[in-house]
Design a protein around this ligand. Structure first.
Ligand SMILES: Nc1ncnc2c1ncn2[C@@H]1O[C@H](COP(=O)(O)OP(=O)(O)OP(=O)(O)O)[C@@H](O)[C@H]1O
Length: 662
């Protein structure tokens, strides 16, 4: 049904040699655009035909509809001759089943999206266009094949929500479905992974994969069914939970396959290290006797701490009473600086929380609690000791793999996102994923305000608050996007001073996060969120809000990827609703500061903005564009070099006869 990766790469979108010369290159480009457009046109036409055919099934009884679906399922499972030719007929029945079971009649563009997924493409579909249903239409087919299809969601909440919503459709079509979330124990996980369609986050999936690989002692082809490799298990071993890696539909594909691509997923195991624990305890005891300024200096801006001569003298006085370990100045300083760093720079409520007697890290960018994440090299134990909770054992790495490497194991990979442009070449190069743009069901009614530029953050926030006040007075709901938890809290303080009511998305669980984001479309609501928070949650407008211009979204700081900015703007004007997007940018924003010299920004650009010289906005726009391009280029190079390293490692290992390792 789906062409293999190799077939796709060789036939469908094989990168051609670009002819030399300007004329040659423009012809080549025009031909490429033309081929892509005709492919999209063909898919859309097929989708319209299916939509019309589905209308004819409205009169079918429920029993007949299901009987026809089940007969198609058997046909697909047996891979009977020419079964691919029945995709349109079967899809028309699934469309009707969706209407009966979910109350949703897929639009032609959604059918087009599902067809493109089945061809193994990456589809770009605007936010709010109903990607959840698109994935389900394709997953029914993949589930019919009898092998597991993994639908990758952004978080556990979405995995269980999407599974619960779509389960009636799957059951009706004769497909077993399940979801795997963090709280499931291994026996339950194993049962869930046996289903034909499994909703799961990439994090859970990769963690289970690594645990299985450890159980299987690193042998076997990762794409094969693990249970068939049970001969590699030893007596009394736990059973692997996964059922092989065959097909995956990745939601928010840009985030999973690009942004998180190089993130290593690590399986660690606690190790008893009593000497390290004792050293941490001693360091905390010693540091308690040191005072800022007198014994050490704190450089807030660069997050640096240095012992003063007074500090060094105090420690040396204590040396005779300390064990020999402390007589090495390097070791002593390293440990003491760890404690002082934790004491001066780690903030409870911002960097971590203490819950149920445990120190839990808060993600700096999303504000989410990360119970599985631990600081390294003794920092975790030191923070725990400072908080007076029982220190946990240090951990060692047992197995690791990057998301990029993991997803390349799938025989069939496809994905969806609202923002793919800008990374299509990378997705092709790394995953052999061709790209198909899906048109919107209704024309977009988003108004995009030109970005506003400011000399410094102070002026930017003052203007931002004034805009919020004005819109709030009119009853317009506003969603403000920030780049970090710190910035969202700073904004929240400003709003408190103005006595404005607001909702802050910060360090809470996905369910509450989704509930807050879902209410962002209510009259007069102000919601502050980090850009990634609540991704995937539907924002419905309260009655009467559309007449006020719909949801307004305000980006408080540009991101390193223009894609993430666009993803945020996509929170408004969903499904043909009205909406407006704004962006406020200051010369001291992190993006510009990272890529341009401070002197250039503070003198040349400040002067240009201050004098409102002609073309100043275009120049600022160019700077932001260049900074984002540079950031993306650097991130891409990083991912590419990781991939090359992985590939080299593979070659070495296969030479040694050990098969794929990570
Ligand atoms: N065919 C349909 N008919 C009516 N409503 C639909 C249809 N398909 C989807 N919807 C509704 O559209 C809304 C948005 O759907 P969904 O959350 O799947 O969009 P999305 O593309 O995944 O958005 P995001 O990118 O923000 O996650 C939901 O309320 C869903 O019920």
């Amino acid at each position: 049904m789906i062409p293999s990766q190799e077939y796709r790469k060789s036939v469908v979108h094989q990168p051609e040699n670009v002819p030399s010369g300007f004329r040659g290159a423009t012809h080549w480009l025009a031909g490429k655009v033309h081929r892509r457009q005709s492919k999209q046109q063909a898919l859309l036409e097929q989708a319209h035909t299916i939509h019309t055919a589905a209308e004819a099934h409205r009169t079918l009884s429920l029993v007949d509809l299901q009987a026809q679906l089940l007969s198609f399922r058997d046909h697909f499972r047996r891979r009977a001759r020419g079964y691919e030719q029945h995709i349109s007929a079967a899809m028309a029945l699934i469309v009707e089943a969706s209407h009966r079971q979910l109350g949703l009649r897929p639009f032609p563009v959604q059918i087009m999206g599902a067809l493109a997924l089945l061809e193994g493409s990456l589809i770009e579909m605007q936010t709010g266009e109903g990607k959840t249903l698109v994935a389900a239409l394709a997953a029914v087919f993949l589930g019919w094949s009898g092998r597991s299809c993994h639908v990758i969601t952004v978080n556990d909440y979405l995995a269980s929500r999407d599974y619960a919503r779509l389960e009636p459709l799957y059951t009706f079509c004769g497909v077993t479905a399940s979801c795997v979330i963090g709280e499931l124990k291994r026996p339950e996980r194993q049962r869930s992974y046996q289903a034909a369609v499994v909703y799961v986050t990439s994090k859970e999936l990769v963690a289970d994969f690594l645990k299985d690989r450890l159980l299987l002692h690193g042998v076997s082809d990762p794409s094969r069914h693990f249970l068939h490799s049970s001969n590699t298990l030893r007596e009394g071993d736990e059973v692997p939970v996964l059922n092989g890696l065959w097909a995956a539909i990745v939601d928010e594909a840009d985030s999973v396959l690009v942004d998180d691509a190089a993130t290593p997923l690590i399986i660690s195991r606690p190790v008893k290290n009593e000497p390290l624990m004792e050293a941490c305890r001693e360091a905390v005891r010693l540091a308690a006797k040191l005072q800022p300024t007198l014994h050490y200096t704190v450089e807030e801006r660069y997050k640096q701490i240095a012992l003063t001569s007074e500090g060094n003298a105090t420690i040396e006085q204590m040396l005779p009473t300390l064990p020999p370990f402390w007589h090495s100045a390097t070791r002593r300083n390293e440990l003491l600086l760890l404690v002082l760093n934790a004491r001066e720079f780690f903030r409870k409520g911002k960097d971590y929380v203490v819950s149920d007697g445990k120190v839990v890290i808060i993600d700096e960018f999303t504000g989410r609690l990360m119970p599985d994440r631990k600081w390294q090299k003794g920092t975790q134990q030191i923070v725990e000791l400072l908080e007076g909770v029982e220190p946990t054992d240090p951990v060692e790495v047992a197995a690791r793999i990057s998301f990029q490497r993991f997803f390349r194991f799938y025989k069939l990979l496809c994905g969806m996102s609202g923002t793919v442009k800008g990374v299509t070449a990378e997705l092709w190069h790394i995953y052999s994923l061709p790209y198909v743009a899906i048109p919107t069901n209704k024309p977009s009614r988003r108004t995009t305000q030109a970005p506003e530029y400011f000399l410094e953050k102070g002026a930017k926030y003052a203007a931002l608050i004034a805009t919020l006040e004005a819109l709030h007075r009119q009853g317009v709901p506003i969603l403000v996007g920030t780049r970090s938890v710190r910035e969202s809290e700073f904004l929240a303080d400003l709003l408190r001073q103005k006595m404005l009511n607001f909702q802050l998305l910060n360090a809470i669980y996905h369910k509450e996060e989704a509930a807050i984001i879902a209410r962002a479309g209510e009259r007069g609501n102000i919601t502050i969120a980090t850009n990634m928070a609540g991704r995937g949650t539907d924002i419905l407008l309260e009655q009467g809000v559309a007449a006020l211009g719909g949801l307004h979204v305000l980006l408080a700081e540009p991101n390193e990827a223009e894609r993430i900015d666009r993803q945020f703007y996509g929170r408004c004007a969903r499904q043909g609703d009205p909406g407006t997007s704004y962006s406020y940018i200051a010369l001291d924003d992190r993006l510009l500061q990272r890529f341009f010299p401070e002197r250039f920004l503070n003198s040349v650009m400040a002067e240009v903005l201050l004098r409102r010289l002609p073309g100043s906005h275009a120049l600022m726009q160019l700077l932001v564009y260049l900074a984002q391009q540079m950031a993306q280029r650097m991130a891409y190079q990083q991912r590419l070099s990781l991939l090359r390293r992985d590939e080299q490692l593979d070659q070495l290992m296969s030479f040694a006869g050990s098969g794929p390792k990570f």
